[in-house]
Design a protein around this ligand. Structure first.
Ligand SMILES: *Cc1c(COP(=O)(O)O)cnc(C)c1O
Length: 494
């Protein structure tokens, strides 16, 4: 199957090439030229499958340059019991009559990024072999917390890869920092940057676009690659759990085959909800796609008015993984909704680059609004939602609370009471401070001790790897100025 750039359809690559390259040279994102469909019969057959089998089945439809055995093997390795602490991998949990929560955080780093980042390294590694690449891929990551750790955990000791993560020195939580600096693996590196997330991100972009560094590294046998959600290898594994959730509802007799289910997704870079849109496009009976944002409501405005405008204040919130003003994967949606109009997409992205704003209208806007609902949730409502769900015996993190609140708003506003699933993207133990405060507890002073504190007051077991952080010795203590990032990369790839 061909993969096309959203900014130039004449560029067509195989899956392996698209995954290896990550981003197209024209700045566009690789997107399948056509989407395979899933029939009602196939959904019924999948009901009887394990998560790993469902994954191999769905991903196999897109990866025709890989053998079925290869794809099965990837799924078994990515989602095995040594990685995921729930045999269902992405279990559904009922929270009220016709509402379920899809828990996506049972992987090694307790955030939903694991669902994709346990798979991407396998895809990349196999893609290097398939394309005859003899250089080692060096994954550079700038992270605001979750992605860096999940990427290292996925790439640790994967042959023919190295991974270097930059994080803002004072821009991640203590737990996130400890998770990163204690990472094991011979091919990993971590460095703090004196600055904020944008400084780290800009530094990484600078390294990527520096031809001199690229040439120097090529001479040493390396090429640079990305584990960001712009890589198709991160979107594809995410399609699986939306289909899997529907199969679970079907198997339990909660929905009839073909009955639509609404999905609500807490959104930042638009990767997760895009995967749900793709599942719908393949034939999954998805009703409304509900896009939940925190105070950074650029997507809510876009869906309601067609105006995408990043010229607005940036809010730091208790759901930091959604503190984003440029949702990169929206580009893939625009490409699809416009029927693959690469010139149109190019023009929107140029306007975004130049003025920080673009506007869609007409048929495109009508399509967008027919499919999606956009809503946002402020800080107080986030806390109140955590408290309310906890009253009913379910402990959620801050990002998940945003989704639960926006789903409730959607139902109230529209009267659409169809069955609904909202995605839970992180364990509450990743955001102990805000969760403790929301349920009325004063957090103790040491941030790692708050894990034990939350466990004690809630009675909900903490993920074992987070609990094991207590007393773990850091392996990395590097801190660099922004201008030193190039040198850090060159030193890392000696
Ligand atoms: C990354 C992340 C999100 C946002 O997902 P996108 O795919 O970027 O929209 C939401 N919640 C958590 C906990 C995350 O780590």
């Amino acid at each position: 199957m061909d993969y096309l750039s959203t900014r130039d359809k004449t560029l067509a690559l195989s899956a392996a090439e698209a995954i290896k390259m990550g981003l197209s040279r024209d700045g566009g994102l690789f997107t399948p030229a056509r989407f395979p469909s899933i029939s009602p019969l196939e959904l019924e057959v999948m009901c009887e499958m394990s998560y790993q089998q469902r994954c191999a089945y769905v991903m196999g439809l897109f990866l025709d340059d890989f053998t079925p055995e290869e794809v099965s093997d990837f799924a078994l390795r990515a989602y095995g019991p040594e990685k995921f602490d729930d045999p269902a991998v992405a279990p559904l949990r009922r929270v009220g009559g016709k509402t379920w929560c899809l828990e996506l955080w049972h992987g090694p780093t307790s955030a939903f990024k694991d669902m994709a980042l346990q798979m991407l390294p396998q895809l990349l590694s196999a893609s290097l072999k398939k394309t005859g690449e003899d250089k080692t891929a060096c994954i550079l990551v700038a992270t605001s917390g979750d992605t860096g750790k999940a990427a290292m955990e996925g790439f640790a000791d994967v042959p023919q890869t190295k991974i270097l993560v930059f994080y803002p020195e004072n821009g991640v939580s203590q737990i996130q920092k400890l998770q990163m600096v204690t990472q094991e693996g011979a091919n990993v590196g971590v460095c703090a940057v004196r600055g904020n997330f944008d400084d780290a991100q800009n530094g990484v972009k600078r390294v990527f676009s520096d031809p001199a560094i690229r040439e120097e590294l090529a001479g040493r046998g390396f090429f640079l690659s990305s584990a960001n959600s712009i890589n198709w290898g991160r979107i594809l594994p995410q399609i699986v759990y939306y289909i899997s959730a529907y199969c679970d509802l079907l198997r339990e007799g909660e929905v009839r085959l073909g009955e639509p289910v609404n999905y609500c997704v807490p959104t930042g870079n638009f990767g997760n909800i895009l995967a749900c849109y793709y599942a719908r496009k393949m034939g999954l009976p998805v009703g409304k796609l509900i896009c939940a944002s925190n105070r950074n409501d650029v997507l809510t405005e876009f869906i309601r008015t067609g105006v995408y405008d990043r010229n607005r204040p940036f809010h730091t919130t208790m759901s930091p993984s959604m503190d984003i003003l440029i949702s990169s994967n929206l580009e893939r949606l625009l490409f699809d909704l416009s029927g693959g109009d690469d010139a149109l997409v190019r023009s929107y992205m140029e306007q975004l680059q130049k003025t920080g704003r673009y506007e869609v209208g007409g048929e495109l806007l009508a399509k967008l609004q027919g499919l999606f609902y956009g809503g946002c949730c402020g800080e107080e409502d986030t806390s109140a939602t955590i408290a309310a769900l906890w009253q009913d015996g379910y402990l959620v993190d801050t990002h998940t609370a945003v989704a639960a609140k926006v789903l409730a708003d959607y139902r109230r506003e529209t009267g659409d009471e169809r069955p609904a699933v909202f995605a839970s993207t992180a364990s509450p133990y990743k955001f102990c401070d805000s969760v403790l405060a929301a349920i009325g507890e004063e957090p103790v002073s040491d941030s790692v001790d708050r894990i034990a504190q939350l466990q004690e007051v809630s009675g909900v077991p903490a993920p074992s790897r987070l609990a094991a952080l207590k007393g773990k010795a850091p392996r990395f203590d590097g801190v660099a100025d922004r201008e030193e990032m190039e040198q850090v990369v060159l030193d890392f790839l000696k």
